[in-house]
Design a protein around this ligand. Sequence first.
Ligand SMILES: NC(=O)c1ccc[n+]([C@@H]2O[C@H](COP(=O)([O-])OP(=O)(O)OC[C@H]3O[C@@H](n4cnc5c(N)ncnc54)[C@H](O)[C@@H]3O)[C@@H](O)[C@H]2O)c1
Length: 329
Amino acid sequence: MKKILITGGAGFIGYHLSKRLAAEGHDLAIADNFFRSRHDNDFAALLANPNVKLIEADLTKPESWDTIGAGYDEVYHLVGINGTKYFYEIPHEVLRIGVSTTMNALEWFRSTNNKPDAKILYTSSNEAYASGFDLGTVPIPTPEQVPLVIADTYNPRWSYGGQKLIGELFFIHYAKAYNFRMSIVRPHNFSGPRAGYEHVIPEIVGRIAAQTEPFPIFGADDTRSFCYIDDAAEAIQRVMESKTTDGGTYHIGTSDETVIEDLIHTIFDLMQWHPKQIETKNSPAGSVKRRLADVSKIKKDTGWEAKTTLREGLQKTIDWYRKNPKPKK
Ligand SMILES: NC(=O)c1ccc[n+]([C@@H]2O[C@H](COP(=O)([O-])OP(=O)(O)OC[C@H]3O[C@@H](n4cnc5c(N)ncnc54)[C@H](O)[C@@H]3O)[C@@H](O)[C@H]2O)c1
């Protein structure tokens, strides 16, 4: 049994990862301030485990880390402001919260860590290199060593990618300076239950449930690769638990490139409702045309590859969102 901390553990990835680790019997602490996540029934069921505890704390404040204690074997540093609308509405907060929580996490870890084998993992993002699409520096599929760039510092969208780039630098150089174990992962379009309501799949499910006519499809010929959250949580755990991955950066995603229009037609089929009229619209400004991670490195070093098919993952996601429709304000 290990002592594990998950920062941002009430959020989408954190919840699924916590469920997985709690089921293995580890002693789990979840630190979150519910900026984005909700204390819903799923989360209450997770907290009903005697080996799981919640620490409500704003991790931007250095003193809040005193409440977290010490002696952890593994720290999953997931906290951050996810959700594209925030990148445009509060880019200064995306930067402040992303950078300060990461600096605090590393300062806390290096000064309190008393186990030589303890490890800390950082969740970066594909957004750390995404503005390179504008510069033509991003091959498809995209390997880990692609340059991390901010094409336009005045475009608020890159506040998120920028703080992830800074976070990666902090992790690499703190680990070298203070000689501790760490890995970086870059999630690529994780999907599944409890992902919030602003992601592409829950938005489409919501519009289908409301039988929206005419039915808008934004960026119909854009592509993405969707990785189901159970597979994703397993991948993150494997990177944490491996010694081969120490000091390395890993893309997590699938090799299946899905055209958005095909994705939406699959959801129509699974929900057994088809609109009479479809209106195709341009993708939102700044949206990247194609995204596909090269996931050969994680497979080589940990043996992990995604198991859930797109259809299986969509079915489970739809079932959850049907039972948990967007709460009315
Ligand atoms: N979901 C994806 O596909 C994806 C893709 C790329 C990167 N990531 C990264 O992975 C991590 C987890 O993503 P997620 O999808 O679970 O996001 P999420 O928003 O669901 O979870 C983040 C959690 O951090 C918490 N938080 C925010 N500010 C805080 C603060 N000051 N103190 C304490 N807690 C705070 C939020 O309340 C939330 O529960 C994030 O760093 C995100 O940037 C996710």
